[in-house]
Every structure is written in C-alpha cells, then in structure tokens.
Design a protein. Structure first.
Length: 525
C-alpha cells in the first residue's frame, strides 16, 4: 500500500476509536516516506488520542522543522507541547508560530490557521484575527453561496443554533437554562446538532427546551447549509467557532439572512460570511472593533449564560481527594494547555509565599502531571504541595470543587466554563484581565457576579490579591456570601434571554430594512 493509503486508513481507525492500530499503520507509512509531513501530523493526532502527549509533540516537531513557514505545523507543535506541559522550547516554538503567521500573505487560504492554539498562548488581538481569517478561508474553500434569501417579516422569528455540543458538554451546561427561557410565543427555536447522541440527562433537557432538533451528522457542510435554508431560519447562530468539530464553515453558503457567532470560541471568526459576534462591554468593547471581522453585538452584562439551577451537591472529603484537611487549597481547574511558563512561575511564587497552601490542578494525564511536578521541584516546591484532580463527570466535578478555598484563574487564556463552575460551587476566583477576548472572559463573569475586586491588572497584583485573600478567611467568606446571593447580573437567565432576543430583533430589523450589519452597543439592562 502507498503511504497515502496507509495514512487514510489510519485516520479512519483513529476516528473509530482505534488509535493504537492507527499508530502501527502510520509507522509503516513513515518507513516508506520518512519525510511525509501529513503522516507525521496524523501520527501526532493518534498519539494524542492515546494520551501520549510527549510522544505526540515529538511526532509533530518533525513537520514544524520540515515546514517552518507553515502556521498549521507550528501551531500543532506548540499546542501539543502545551498539552504535555513541555516548556523546554516554549519561547522558540512560540516565536516560530508568530513568525509563520506574520509571513503569511493576507488573503491566503492554503492551510488552517490554528486560532485555537493561539488562544492559549501570548498573542495580540491582531494575530488572533489573522489566524482566524486564515482558518475560515481555508475551511470555506469550494463552498458555494446559496441564492440570496430576502428577509420577510413573520410573527415568530426563527432562530437556529448550530453545534456539536448538545449533549453532556460544557456548552450545553451553559446554554440549557437560556434555551428553556426563550419566549416561544415570539421565537421559533431550532437546534442543528452534528454531535453525538449520548442519552444523557443534559442532552434530554436541551432537546426538550427547543422547538425543533435536527440531526445533521450525516450531512456535509453544503448539505447542512441546505437544510438550514430549507427550514427558513432567519437568524443563525454558530456555537462552535474555531473549536474541535466545528461546522461554522457551513455559514459560508449563507443559509440565513443574519448569521452570528456566540459562546464557543473566545474571539473573532475572521470570516466574511458572519455578520455579528455576540459579546458584552468587557469581552468585546466597541473600541476593539478593528480586531473583529464581524460587527460587535453587545449584551448588557456577561455574554456567557449560566444555569441558575446548577449548584454543588454532596461534597467529598479532602482526604478522599488527596488534599490535606489543614491546607489552604488553591484550585486550578483549567486544562494544562493553558499553563504557560510565566503563569507557572506566578503559582510557584504563591506557594513560596503561602507555605500552608496546596495547588490543586486538573490532571493533564500521567506525562503532563510528571512534568509539572518536575517544574515544581526545579522551583523548590515539594511534590506534596501539588495535588492532581483526575477527570470525572460534570456533576461529580462540580461537587468536588466546593472543597477549595480559592481558585487561581489562568492567563493569558482565562477559565470560561471553568470560572462558571467554580462560582456555581461557591468558590471565589482571582483572575488577571488580558488585552483580548480570551483573557477577559473571567473578568466579565466575576464583574457580573459582584466580584470585580477579584479582577487584577498584572501578575504582581494577581499574586498580591491571592495572598491577601489567602491569609484573610473573613474576606474569603465575604466573597462566598456574595456568590451565594446569586447576583442577577449573572444568574437571572430569564432577563438574559430577553436581552439576547432583543439583540436578535435588532439584527433582524436592520436586515428587514435592507441595512448592512452594524455594531449594536449594549442597551441598558
């Protein structure tokens, strides 16, 4: 068999959950073609599927060396090293990614731009926009625009949500309460699902909240767009953006008169076929309009919905979780790929200043955890000061978070759903606000929750604020009491539903009047 045939079969095996068999075929392909970059990429993906992030990073380093001008190759490499918590070449790899992106001609569509990898790394908003635009053009290649559909006034506006995450997933956990609060007398809600049917209670709740659920898994991008057009959707909202499994590119066919992106990806789509990005005055200030290909549409308070019914249940003991009963537990519930060397250095400074503290980090797998322990030892922090939380189900995870005293947010990419989970568990979070959307989400959530005094401007103030709260149990309790009141700016989901619906109506009014999309500033709550 040819290397290409072996590679194709391996990809099919990986998608079927047979990654180990895929690795064997890919090694055979490399024996026939030792410099084939596409095979190395597939090998990296298969190794990641097996949780072998260090080996995946090594496999992905070869394409990056063979094709230094490839944004995709450089992006896959550094994202893999971040998953492995391998910072041995962090500065060099980041510089290579940024150089490849800077050298890419405007308007290029020859490769995927890796915007998601950039989100977790130091970057400028202009860089994220360029990477997103490159990705959107690449994904939309060959797709034809459907004939123009003129907007027509109707009694009930038809809203379509497109996502792969209408199951036991973070996005579903965030949006389900809002879906239940939509005004069915004025809005006809359609869900277009291209994700799994897991039979979970959350999936059943999401489906019950919608007027129509359409399974488009078997359809390609063009057929997905065709189905949305056939259903006469007025406002189509993509909930994935540049995240895994996205079908945002279907919007390039222009299936709906008004098209927006919301919630899934913290930044611009970079797409000329999406009219609006839905945010708020903190994550998407109008002054940042140049960094978005879409028009900014602002909700008055936090753009990220919450499930007001979601609270922690029975809390396990600290001993069961491997934590000391007398420790100051500092929770980091964000994925390992969000940890950069600078962030880790800040956390090690905290552990030196707070000898009673334990860092409780979400596990990144055996290899990544071992590297973090080695990095702690290099910083003079004993292994028993770091405790890893293994992956568990969503409800069990929420229950265990409640044992933490304080949560440490990540930067430059904040915790998004993670921050919501911590507040739902009653745990205060301290964040550092960044220059773009990914680094402002926690600030938006905390401000709406009445915890603006937990939003800091730089690493020094971040460390100082955590240390202040660490030694002041009364101050921490005050924050917990604020969270317990479930502030309306964050938890009044019916209010948020009305504000989002009003935003859809403003978008639609412009379309009905024949006006081009324009910035829609937040109206008073």
């Amino acid at each position: 068999m040819t290397p290409a045939t072996l590679r194709s079969q391996a990809e099919q095996l990986r998608h079927a959950g047979r990654a180990a068999e895929a690795v064997d075929l890919l090694l055979q392909a490399l024996a026939l073609a030792p410099t084939d970059t596409a095979t190395y990429l597939q090998l990296g993906f298969a190794l990641q599927a097996l949780g072998l992030h260090s080996q995946a990073a090594e496999a992905l380093r070869t394409p990056a060396l063979l094709e230094p001008a490839s944004v995709m190759a450089q992006g896959y490499l550094i994202h893999a090293t971040q998953k492995a918590a391998d910072w041995t070449q962090f500065d060099t790899d980041l510089a290579a990614l940024r150089a490849a992106l800077a050298a890419k001609p405007d308007g290029a569509d020859d490769e995927f731009g890796m915007p998601f990898a950039l989100v977790g790394l130091p970057h400028t908003p202009a860089e994220l926009k360029k990477a997103a635009a490159l990705a959107s053009r690449h994904l939309a290649r060959g797709l034809r625009t459907l004939p123009t559909r003129r907007p027509v006034a109707r009694e009930r506006l038809r809203i379509g949500y497109l996502s792969a995450d209408f199951h036991a997933h973070a996005t579903a956990a965030l949006i389900v309460d809002l879906l239940e609060c939509h005004d069915r007398s004025r809005f006809d809600i359609h869900l277009y699902s291209h994700g799994p049917d897991d039979g979970s209670a959350l999936q059943k709740r999401v489906r019950a909240a919608a007027g129509h659920v359409v399974d488009v898994r078997a359809l390609d991008l063009a057929a997905t767009a065709g189905r949305i057009r056939a259903d006469g959707i007025d406002v189509l909202v993509d909930l994935k953006g540049h995240t895994a499994g996205s079908r945002m590119a279907a919007l390039a066919c222009r299936p709906a008169p008004v098209q927006a992106t919301w919630l899934g990806f913290p930044g611009t789509s970079g797409a000329d076929f999406i009219d609006y990005v839905i945010g708020d005055p903190i994550v998407t200030p109008l002054a940042d309009a140049a960094h978005y290909s879409e028009c900014i549409a602002q909700l008055p308070a936090c753009y990220q919905p919450q499930d007001r019914h979601r609270t922690a249940g029975a809390t396990p003991s600290r001993a069961v979780l491997g934590l000391r009963d007398d420790a100051l537990v500092l929770a980091s519930a964000n994925a390992v790929y969000k940890i950069t060397p600078d962030l880790w250095a800040a956390w090690m400074t905290l552990l030196h200043r707070l000898p009673q503290a334990q860092l409780w980090q979400l596990s990144g797998g055996e290899q990544a955890d071992a590297r973090l322990l080695a990095a702690a030892a290099q910083a003079g922090v004993a292994a028993e000061r770091i405790v890893f939380a293994p992956p568990v189900g969503m409800d069990e995870h929420l229950d265990r978070l409640a044992v933490a005293d304080l949560a440490l947010d990540s930067w430059p990419c904040n915790g998004h759903t993670t921050t919501s989970d911590l507040l739902a568990a009653g745990v205060p979070v301290v964040t550092l606000v960044g220059d773009g959307f990914p680094g402002r989400v926690a600030a938006s959530i905390l401000s709406a929750a009445g915890l603006a005094d937990c939003v800091t401007a730089d690493a020094g103030r971040y460390i100082d604020r955590i240390c202040q709260l660490a030694v002041d149990a009364s101050a921490r309790q005050t924050l917990r009491d604020r969270i317990a009141t479930r502030p309306a700016a964050l938890y009044d989901t019916p209010r948020l539903a009305r504000e989002l619906e009003a935003l859809y109506e403003r978008m639609w009014a412009r379309a009905l009047a024949g006006q081009a999309p324009a910035a829609l500033p937040a109206l008073p709550p």
